[in-house]
Design a protein around this ligand. Structure first.
Ligand SMILES: [Zn+2]
Length: 238
């Protein structure tokens, strides 16, 4: 697997490097090496490894609801976190093909973690999350966006119903045999970010396909039951 410039895998976690030190949040996208986040114990082991006093996870339902990163929201039904997490509290989302999107504004310290499967993406979860950040004091033009591994346009076959739902960006659907389409979820999400005011030079996508890289990632389409975790938050020491 070849990583794009600026990305690296360290201790089993994929992350984008090159941001200034200081108030920038800790973030990353786990690989299979780190564990399976459907297993509570493996999630807890990872939380300890990154020094989290709490790793908040959701019961994800492919909707567009977004919750603030409060301990009482752990495992509640929603598909994104947004807010200013207390130091040591990490916002996590689980994926195996859906697009994990991490957002942060270095000035206001607003942070978001979004689980963007095709349904949430076409229903507008990305502009919803950016809107919450700007309502909380972030400036869209300052937001950094990181898009992790997801089912790529090489593998993401969808039906006409998905095309209909996402038709506002038809350029990300490539027709195949039998009325189906190959969906470029990453391209779609990048376009949604730009529509919400995030600058293209501040949006970084890993370009990695979960299905094509079985040594690194779980893929639901490939038949895996495991889940990866994408996380963001501020360390205790900050
Ligand atoms: Zn692929």
């Amino acid at each position: 697997m070849i990583l794009k410039t600026g990305w690296e895998i360290k201790d089993g976690v994929l992350a984008r490097r090159g941001f200034p030190e200081g108030d920038f949040p800790l973030h990353g996208f786990t690989t299979r090496k780190v564990g399976d986040f459907t297993k509570e114990e493996e999630a807890a082991t990872f939380a300890r490894a990154i020094g989290a006093k709490k790793l908040l996870l959701l019961t994800q339902v492919h909707g567009i609801e977004i919750l603030p990163p409060l301990p009482q929201n752990h495992l509640k039904e929603a598909d994104a976190w947004e807010g200013e997490p207390e130091k040591g509290v990490f916002m996590g989302i689980k994926t195996a093909d859906c697009m994990p999107v991490l957002l942060f504004d270095p000035c206001s310290r607003r942070v978001a973690a979004v689980h963007a499967g095709w349904r949430s993406a076409v229903d507008g979860i990305i502009p919803e999350a950016v809107g919450k950040m700007t309502a909380g004091g972030a400036r869209a033009g300052e937001i950094i966006a990181l898009l992790g591994p997801a089912l790529g346009g090489c593998c993401f076959e969808v039906g006409g119903d998905v095309f209909e739902a996402g038709v506002r960006h038809p350029e990300f659907f490539r027709p195949t045999q039998g009325g189906k389409f190959l969906f470029d979820l990453e391209g779609f999400c990048l376009k949604e970010l730009s529509g919400a005011g995030v600058l293209s030079q501040n949006a970084f996508a890993s370009g990695l396909c979960t299905r094509c890289n079985p040594d690194y990632f779980y893929s639901f389409r490939r038949g895996d039951s495991g889940r990866l975790c994408s996380f963001i938050g501020f360390a205790h020491e900050n």
